[in-house]
Write a protein that binds this ligand. Structure first.
Ligand code: ADP
Ligand code: ASP
Ligand code: MG
Length: 437
């Protein structure tokens, strides 16, 4: 069993949907195919929510009309038989009505989650109708029947496994399944999601649940590149990464993978391969347990980071100080990304500032608190074994002209992290690229 995931741009227009279908149907191995929404659909749905939230249903409705028109256009090019066209029309009508009906309901986050789920529901229904028209034996799964999260928004893998295997058992010999990425059910039984870019995560969760031989993430680029191609020229695809290296890159900003994608695959030791839908012959990036040489492999950047410094008269000798600091972050369920300490102060970073004011208030009991917003973590990733000299100096030399706020080295063998102000990000990524590769 293979799991394949196709992202928004891979499903950008009807021709691309047909390409995806032919890519899927090249061999006879049983497959679960996870689809995102067609490109721009999730953004459009969020835009509609934004108008509802602002109390402007007229603007929302005119946006909904545009979306509806786009999807009728997709059907026209994708399908050719009368029966499937009329079924597709019904599908679009149903979901457009679903979105429009929220104008009569008070807006809250549940409304947003319900509306935004329609993107993946539409794309999967349309490809399923195309498969039926082409006589491709394909079963459409409803991810809401098995993709469940806990109160912290974390997927519950054993439960996903249990539910999905019960469903799959009904179709033992069926060669192809289609499932929605991104969407899930929360403990209240409401529609929820795995956050932006979450279809990658869906794919690796499904892979782990069914113990697939591989998880293939098909996107619009030939694998994980050694730097952000949106910012830096001449970036190169990386042939192989370990799970740990890929996890660091994804967590610290490489948009090509949702931050949590690697975790379920690593847990069950299932290789993850990134492939390019527009260039399927390119080998892409192979992520597994296999080590592949030492040295620095890639650079990524994570924005919207807040740095918090707590300064106290005496910190390290005063045992219990760090515990008290950590307890405050724990109380507000706010994860810490980077941490550096000295005898008199500790600096930490967070990317979730929902409870920042409360955290700062509580920290003030322990010492003087200083907060810096608009920070970026630059993360240098590879197999950076401490016995080999020179990695840290190379990184710091590249950042010679950039004010560095924090440095974290030695936490793992895969990561050197540097905190800078976001306005220096582009320069930092470019300098590092030139210096390291
Ligand atoms: P999909 O819609 O297939 O999920 P995404 O847009 O989420 O695709 O991710 C692919 C994009 O990620 C690429 O087009 C590229 O611009 C961007 N990207 C950012 N960092 C990297 C990186 N290190 N390697 C490859 N792509 C990256
Ligand atoms: N459609 C969702 C998004 O745009 C999920 C995904 O594409 O992975 O974030
Ligand atoms: Mg993505």
């Amino acid at each position: 069993m293979k799991v394949l995931k196709f992202g928004g741009t891979s499903l950008g227009d009807p021709q691309r949907i047909k390409n995806v279908s032919s890519l899927i149907n090249q061999d006879s191995e049983q497959k679960i195919v996870v689809l995102s929404a067609m490109s721009q659909t999730t953004n459009s749905l969020l835009e509609i929510c934004n108008y509802y939230e602002k109390g402007n249903p007229e603007a929302a409705h005119s946006y909904i009309k545009k979306l509806e028109k786009k999807y009728y256009g997709v059907i026209e090019e994708l399908l050719s038989k009368k029966d499937s066209i009329s079924r597709a029309n019904e599908v679009i009508k149903e979901h457009i009505k679903f979105i429009r009906d929220f104008s009569a309901v008070p807006y809250d986050i549940k409304v947003e989650k319900a509306i935004v789920s329609r993107g993946e529901i539409l794309s999967t229904n349309l490809i399923q109708l195309y498969h039926e028209e082409q006589n491709i034996p394909s079963v459409l799964l409803n991810s809401l029947d098995f993709m469940v999260i806990n109160a912290d928004g974390e997927p519950i893998l054993p439960e996903i496994e249990k539910r999905l295997s019960a469903i799959m058992a009904q179709y033992k010999t069926n060669p192809l399944f289609i499932a929605q990425g991104f969407i899930c059910l929360n403990p209240q039984g409401e529609i929820d999601n795995l956050k932006r870019g979450g279809s990658d995560y869906t794919a690796s969760l499904i892979g782990a649940a069914v113990r697939s031989s591989i998880v293939e993430i098909w996107t619009d680029i030939d694998g994980v590149h050694n730097n952000d191609p949106r910012i830096v020229d001449n970036t190169q695809p990386i042939a192989m990464l370990t799970f740990d290296e890929a996890a660091e890159l994804a967590y610290f900003g490489a948009k090509v993978l949702h931050p949590s994608t690697v975790l379920p695959a690593k847990l069950k030791n299932i290789p993850v391969v990134l492939k390019n839908t527009m260039n399927p012959d390119a080998s892409g990036t192979y992520i597994s347990n296999e080590e592949s040489g030492t040295g620095i492999k890639a650079i990524a950047a994570k924005d919207n980071v807040v740095a918090v410094k707590v300064k106290s008269g005496r910190m390290l000798l005063a045992y219990g100080f760090l515990r008290k600091v950590f307890e405050i972050f724990e109380k507000y369920r706010t994860p810490i990304d980077m941490i550096t300490t000295s005898e008199v102060a500790v600096s930490l970073t967070v990317d979730n500032d929902n409870y920042l004011a409360q955290i700062v208030d509580d920290l003030k009991i322990l010492g003087k608190v200083h907060v810096d917003k608009f920070q970026t973590i630059i993360c240098v990733v590879g197999n950076i074994v401490a016995e080999k000299q020179g990695y840290a100096i190379q990184v710091l030399e590249a950042l010679e002209n950039i004010p560095v706020r924090m440095i974290s080295y030695g936490g793992s063998e895969n990561n050197i992290s540097i905190l800078i102000e976001t306005r220096y990000k582009e320069k930092a990524l470019k300098n590092l690229h030139e210096h390291l590769f």
